[in-house]
Design a protein around this ligand. Structure first.
Ligand code: XMP
Ligand code: MG
Length: 176
């Protein structure tokens, strides 16, 4: 599914309900641990988790991409690690947005090294035109154009995360 951003609350809610139902069907036999990537994934985690009619667990990880401004460097460090063990478990990473994919590629490799049974990805947003690495993403809310977006967990300088919708940040805000 490809769509123009911005996205309103209703569009987001409807799409996450669809994905939640799909996840419930796919994992009916062995429910996943949802691993939310802080801070951006807080909103999608809260909404997606409530749309999955299974006994899911939730855990959180915070990673930081070195680099400044609105570009990811792919050099990642863990700011907060999972609180639980994922060995032998189905892990579903919950992301706010996949842009270059560099951060997620690193997180995937990191989690896979811990011996889970499976690792899949659910993201509310993806920017296909910005992809610099190929990542197999099982659940995508919306593919959006390559613009800097804010709201629904996404920030610019820590602002706008609490907007209930996704909006495009005017270039003049982040470019000289
Ligand atoms: P990459 O490029 O590694 O993106 O896939 C890593 C992280 O960068 C943030 N990001 C954004 N944040 N609006 C934001 O507010 C955006 O358009 C955007 N693109 C990337 C986000 O935290 C993502 O996980
Ligand atoms: Mg993120």
């Amino acid at each position: 599914m490809s769509t123009a951003s911005p996205l309103d609350e209703q569009q987001i809610r409807d799409r996450l309900a669809e994905i939640g139902a799909q996840i419930a069907a796919d994992y009916a036999e062995e429910p996943p641990i949802l691993v939310g990537v802080l801070k951006g994934a807080v909103m999608v985690m809260a909404d997606l988790a409530r749309s999955i009619d299974l006994k899911v667990e939730m855990d959180w990880m915070a990673v930081s991409s070195y680099g400044s401004g609105t570009k990811s460097s792919g050099v990642v460090r863990i700011l907060k690690d999972l609180s639980g063990d994922i060995t032998g478990r189905n892990v579903l990473i919950v992301e706010d947005i996949i842009d270059s994919g560099l951060t997620l590629k690193w997180s995937l490799a990191n989690l896979r090294s811990r011996g889970p049974k499976s690792v899949e990805i659910a993201t509310s947003l993806r920017k296909p035109e910005a992809a610099r690495v190929e990542i197999d993403v099982k659940y995508v809310g919306f593919d959006i154009p390559n613009e800097f977006v804010i709201g629904y967990g996404l920030d610019h300088a820590e602002n706008y995360r609490n907007l209930p919708y996704v909006g495009v940040l005017a270039r003049s805000v982040y470019e000289d």
